[in-house]
Design a binder for this molecule. Structure first.
Ligand SMILES: Nc1ncnc2c1ncn2[C@@H]1O[C@H](COP(=O)(O)OP(=O)(O)OP(=O)(O)O)[C@@H](O)[C@H]1O
Ligand SMILES: [Mg+2]
Length: 332
């Protein structure tokens, strides 16, 4: 999927920003500072898939469509694991629109260890790495109202993205981890392919919303993993229904694929899962609190840890338990 013009603007701004000596140490990504495009040794054939160092299992959270709640699901899954004592990390592979710094309320420049690997930032017992820690936020010039423009050559941009992705995948010092959750960017394009080609992924979780249009994209995402020999652990239906905070009544706001707004699942996500032979992992309600928790950097699984009964927290935990069991993690 091509970035929108706003994204492209951001890429360019960030790409150029990396050329400046912004960091107290050498540019952590090793990206070029000169005005000439970098050259990287051309590799022949496909890169070999390899394990991420010190990481036992890798789970990718994905959706072909943007904005369906991948990052929200990914971070709550990872936190569910971490809160159960499973050593967990989350890698934000969304270079153009990193979400993890906001979701975990983390910022700042990661340290480099003695092997020149990036040291993850941690919150709520969850280790994390994101492009958002490495690059400065886009500066919108309030005084002039000037929006930064992308002037990076496309070929250069592509190389930088590949290089950055490579570093994020292979140069982070995770320490021993039982599981690393990859929060993938939306789509089934080059970035997703690079990740799938370079890293051994133990399983993918596909996030969709109930609408036909999102589901169709989810099926496309399924196809990508199938072609890349990555087992699909199942589908999550996010924003499945709206639970009224006052009376608890559940309303299916989005069409569930059957042409009606309140009917069964004969043509929706569950039916599609059956058709594809994929497990349906569960529903997450459309809930203002889930969004609010995410925005303030304390995702629901942590925010409602002490709540007596939190259906939305339980929804994430139930999905995490299934995923954990599927990839052989101990769930206590
Ligand atoms: N179940 C939910 N209830 C309410 N709001 C939600 C829910 N899930 C996600 N959101 C909100 O929807 C927005 C998009 O979610 P999120 O960033 O997780 O999607 P994404 O698929 O990762 O997006 P992108 O494709 O841009 O990476 C966020 O504001 C998030 O807080
Ligand atoms: Mg996201």
């Amino acid at each position: 999927m091509w970035p929108s013009s706003a994204d492209a603007t951001l890429i360019g701004r960030r790409a150029f920003s990396t050329l400046r000596p912004l960091f107290s140490h050498d540019n952590p990504l090793g990206l070029p500072r000169s005005g000439t495009p970098p050259s990287f040794p051309r590799r022949r054939g496909l890169p070999e898939k390899r394990k991420i160092r010190d990481v036992k299992k890798v789970v990718a959270v994905s959706s072909a469509k943007g904005g369906v709640g991948k990052s929200t699901v990914a971070v709550n899954l990872a936190l569910s694991f971490a809160r159960r004592g499973i050593k967990t990390g989350i890698l934000d592979t969304d270079i153009f629109g990193p979400s993890i710094p906001t979701l975990l309320n983390l910022s700042g420049e990661p340290r480099l260890d003695e092997n020149n690997c990036l040291v993850p930032l941690t919150n709520y017992g969850l280790k994390s790495m994101s492009m958002g820690y490495l690059l400065p936020q886009t500066q919108f010039d309030n005084a002039t109202g000037e929006v930064p423009m992308d002037t990076t050559p496309i070929s250069w941009r592509g190389l930088m993205v590949t290089k950055a992705m490579h570093q994020l995948l292979h140069s982070v010092s995770w320490g021993p981890l039982d599981v690393l959750v990859l929060d993938l960017p939306p789509g089934t394009g080059d970035v997703q392919l690079t990740i799938n080609q370079e890293v051994l992924i133990d399983g993918a979780v596909i996030v969709t919303t109930p609408q036909d249009i999102a589901l169709r994209d989810a099926v496309r995402g399924f196809g990508m993993f199938q072609r890349m020999d990555v087992p699909v652990l199942g589908m999550v239906r996010n924003m499945a229904y709206f639970a009224c905070p006052n009376c608890g009544h559940q309303t299916k706001i989005f069409s569930h694929g059957d042409g009606h707004h309140s009917h069964g699942d004969d043509r929706g996500v569950i039916a599609e899962c059956k058709r594809l032979g994929v497990d349906f992992l569960g529903d997450i309600p459309l809930d203002a609190q889930v969004c609010e928790d995410a925005d303030r950097g304390m995702p629901t699984v942590v925010a409602e840890e002490t709540a007596e009964r939190s259906a939305r927290r339980q929804a994430f935990l139930d999905i995490a338990e299934q995923v954990a069991k599927k990839i052989g993690l101990e769930w206590h």
